[in-house]
Design a binder for this molecule. Structure first.
Ligand SMILES: [Zn+2]
Length: 406
């Protein structure tokens, strides 16, 4: 079948896409760490949609926190005669619905209204599951002369990925010639294509001084005063030491933001003996997060000597990002051109501060690209998937399959 016919078939599939999406959203898929029972039943439903593939494999992984729960991963393929597979990666699990009072319609009872499907997990990441299925559906088995088409519909993205994409990568299920597209982040209109992510470091600075009465500061050690002065110094020095910029990133520099802090004392006339604050740091990949952690601890020791307070610097989270994905290779060009031809303009190639599944591929040495048409409602009450976005995504992926597989 020619590409224009495939794109027409996608346009004509709106009702099927809606009904698949709705039947899937009705089944909760929350990981045990978030208090759910996993994605098993939702995976059963998705398997019903996967007809006409050369192979459909379900890989159940025992949950690390609740051994009674199995975390399902689905790999569906249409085999090409050449080396490698073009994979679209999507995830089954959702976050918790949050405050039910905020939902105008119940999270597990999807409704179609004004060109959108409302429900928990419609945008994140139901859109990618359905768009990738319909992008691949109309390619006849046996017509692929180049790469294979692959869908990886995985578990555990919203918590650890250890029983999802990380498990599959470590199990050696992917090959050097494979191409990975992760539709789990995007902007309205699909005008940005993400090729890189920053390192993430969360630090906590705890300051122990000595509590005393407001009128006798000389008898204590004001932990809040030490903390405030140290915070300013730490920010200035981090921004100076890691001050480089990379124009591909939004924003172009590393960011160092004070976020969480604790309440000090309940009354104004007590000098606090303890204070702590946290930093959310998004570090450009040109720097080493281990170097930053060592430097932060050094500054803690220095401030300890300077003030006499006990200062502890702890790493609450550290996620290393892989090297940015190649933007010169033919596979990147194919994706870039597929997006341009469907949305009618060239996307911007960007790096971001957030994290996706794509980073696991980059860390393993693969190129992975993050793209979809974003609606901006994910992780919020009244989450929705725009039907136009769903179809545009499916057409972009179909165009990509046509370029690299047929
Ligand atoms: Zn997601």
């Amino acid at each position: 079948m020619q590409l224009p016919d495939i794109l027409k078939k996608i346009d004509a599939s709106t009702d099927d896409m809606i009904s698949n999406m709705m039947s899937m959203i009705r089944i909760p898929a929350i990981g045990p760490l978030n208090g759910g029972k996993g994605e098993g039943h939702r995976a059963d439903k998705v398997l019903e949609f996967l007809k006409g593939y050369d192979s459909v494999e379900r890989i159940d992984v025992k949950d690390m926190h609740d051994p009674a729960v199995m975390r399902p991963n689905i790999l569906a393929k249409k085999n090409g005669r050449g080396k490698g597979t073009v994979w679209i990666i999507s995830h089954l699990d959702t976050v918790l619905p949050g405050d039910l009072e905020e939902w105008k319609t119940p999270p597990y009872e999807p409704v179609v209204k004004d060109g959108r499907i409302y429900g928990l997990g419609t945008e994140d990441n139901g859109q990618a599951i359905i768009s990738s299925i319909y992008a691949s559906k109309f390619f006849g088995s046996g017509t692929l002369t180049k790469r294979s088409i692959g869908l990886a519909i995985v578990a555990d993205e919203e918590t650890t990925s250890a029983m999802g994409i990380e498990y599959l990568i470590n199990a050696g299920l992917f090959e050097p010639d494979d191409v990975f597209v992760v539709p789990d982040w995007g902007v309205p209109g699909g005008t940005m294509l993400e090729v890189a992510e920053k390192h993430l470091v969360w630090l906590k600075f705890a300051v122990e001084g000595k509590q005393t009465h407001g009128s006798t500061p000389h008898r204590g050690l004001n932990a809040y005063r030490v903390s405030a002065k140290m915070l300013v110094d730490v920010l200035d020095r981090l921004e100076a030491r890691y001050g480089g910029s990379d124009p591909i990133f939004r924003p172009t520099v590393s960011t160092f933001e004070p976020t969480k802090s604790i309440a000090t004392v309940g009354n104004i006339n007590t000098i606090p003996g303890y204070h702590e604050f946290c930093l959310d740091i998004r570090l450009l990949p040109m720097y080493d997060p281990d170097d930053l952690v060592a430097y932060a601890k050094e500054m803690g020791t220095e401030w300890e000597k300077r003030t006499g307070a006990k200062i502890t610097v702890t790493v609450e989270q550290r996620t290393r990002s892989g090297r940015p994905s190649d933007t010169e290779c033919p596979e990147f060009r194919a994706l870039f051109e597929s997006i341009s031809s469907v949305i009618g303009k060239e996307p911007e190639t960007v790096g971001v501060g957030g994290g996706t599944c794509a980073n696991f591929f980059r860390l393993a040495g693969y190129n992975a690209y993050v793209w979809q048409c974003g609606g901006g409602s994910l992780h919020q009450p009244n989450e929705y998937c725009d039907l136009e976005n769903l179809k545009t995504d499916a057409k972009v992926f179909a165009t990509l399959f046509h370029k690299l597989c047929v």
